[in-house]
Write a protein that binds this ligand. Structure first.
Ligand code: ADP
Ligand code: ZN
Length: 214
């Protein structure tokens, strides 16, 4: 499959993407995960991106596009990809469109995950993430606590992300409304938007699979 997951922070893009990779071997490409691993590795890119990320601001389009241009041409993308957290601005969407036509790749559709603001806010404040870069399993202090604060998959400490303070969360939601929500109309006009009113991530995954098969 070749799809874009669009949705507010906390809409469940990461969880849905992970579940979908089991479906047909398509790779999950999360710009947030790639950026966090650059930050941890202390690369120039990571150093530049960290300031924006900690504030809940978007990393500049040029940096993201350079990163994604390389990523989308790696061999593992041939089977298909699930874009999680990209594109996030109209400019990124336009650049992605040009890149994909150059690579002669067509998207199946853009999945718009609609989740009520209260749900998103609650999820983000209670979300915890495995600190192991290779794992990044997602936990939740209410619905899926990590036993003893350790990841069930790999045993690493489970932590709150640097950008998951309340101020940064509110700012990320605001950034989403201003910069990313306009992509809904952008892709609706292109005729490739599909809405998924998300109840649970598992149900969204089923609905996306039905849309792919149908
Ligand atoms: P969430 O969807 O929960 O906000 P992500 O892990 O997708 O979290 O992104 C974390 C941060 O990484 C964002 O707040 C932003 O600073 C940066 N980021 C991720 N993807 C992009 C992108 N496509 N364009 C610009 N910044 C991005
Ligand atoms: Zn883990």
């Amino acid at each position: 499959m070749r799809i874009i997951l669009l949705g507010a922070p906390g809409a469940g893009k990461g969880t849905v993407a992970k579940l979908l990779t089991d479906f047909d071997g398509s790779v999950q490409i999360s710009t947030g995960d790639i950026l966090r691993s650059e930050v941890r590795a202390g690369t120039d890119l990571g150093k530049e991106a960290k300031e924006y990320m900690d504030r809940g601001d978007l990393v500049p389009d040029a940096i993201i596009m350079k990163m994604m241009e390389g990523r989308l041409q790696e061999p593992d993308c041939r089977k298909g990809f699930i874009l999680d957290g990209f594109p996030r601005t109209i400019q990124q969407a336009k650049n992605l469109g040009e890149l994909l036509s150059r690579l002669q790749v067509r998207l199946d559709f853009v999945a718009n995950l609609e989740v009520p603001r209260e749900v998103v806010l609650d999820r983000l404040t209670t979300r915890r993430t495995c600190s192991n870069p290779a794992c990044q399993e997602i936990y939740n202090i209410k619905t899926k606590p990590a036993p003893g604060g350790k990841c069930e998959k790999c045993g690493s400490p489970v932590v709150q992300r640097d950008d998951e303070t309340e101020a940064a969360i509110l700012h990320r939601l605001d950034t989403y409304t201003k910069k990313t929500a306009p992509l809904v109309d952008f892709y609706r006009k292109e005729g490739i938007l599909r809405d998924f009113v998300s109840v649970s991530s598992a149900e969204t995954v089923q609905a996306i699979k039905r849309e792919l098969l149908g």
